[in-house]
Design a protein around this ligand. Structure first.
Ligand code: SF4
Ligand code: SF4
Length: 85
C-alpha cells in the first residue's frame, strides 16, 4: 500500500535518529537570539547548549523539533550522537 523499500528505509533511518540522536547546535551559526529556548515546550535552555556547542542530551528532550524548525539561523539539527542520554 505505497510502502516501498525507499520510504521504509527512510522511516527506519529517521526512527534511528529519533531514538539515538540529539539536537546538535552549530555555535558558529548561532546568534544567541533565544527563539529556540522560547519555543521549547519543556523550557529547556537550548540557547545555552548552542552557546556551549554541545548536544542537547537532557533526557527530558522530546526531540519534537520545535527548536530545530524555528531557529532563524539554521544552527540546530538532529544528529546521531554516541553520548549516553
Ligand atoms: S534559535 Fe538558533 S540562533 Fe537563536 S539562540 Fe537558538 S540556536 Fe542560536
Ligand atoms: S527538540 Fe523539542 S524538547 Fe528538545 S530541546 Fe528542542 S524544542 Fe525542546
Amino acid at each position: 500500500m505505497g510502502m516501498d523499500h525507499r520510504s521504509l528505509a527512510f522511516d527506519l533511518t529517521r526512527a534511528a535518529v529519533m531514538a539515538t540522536g540529539h539536537v546538535v547546535p552549530d555555535p558558529i551559526r548561532c546568534v544567541q537570539c533565544g527563539i529556540c529556548s522560547y519555543n521549547c515546550p519543556l523550557g529547556l535552555d537550548v540557547r545555552a547548549y548552542a552557546w556551549a556547542g554541545t548536544p542537547i542530551t537532557d533526557s527530558r528532550c522530546l526531540t519534537c523539533g520545535q527548536c530545530v524548525g524555528r531557529c532563524p539561523r539554521g544552527a540546530l539539527c538532529f544528529a546521531p550522537t554516541a553520548q549516553p542520554v
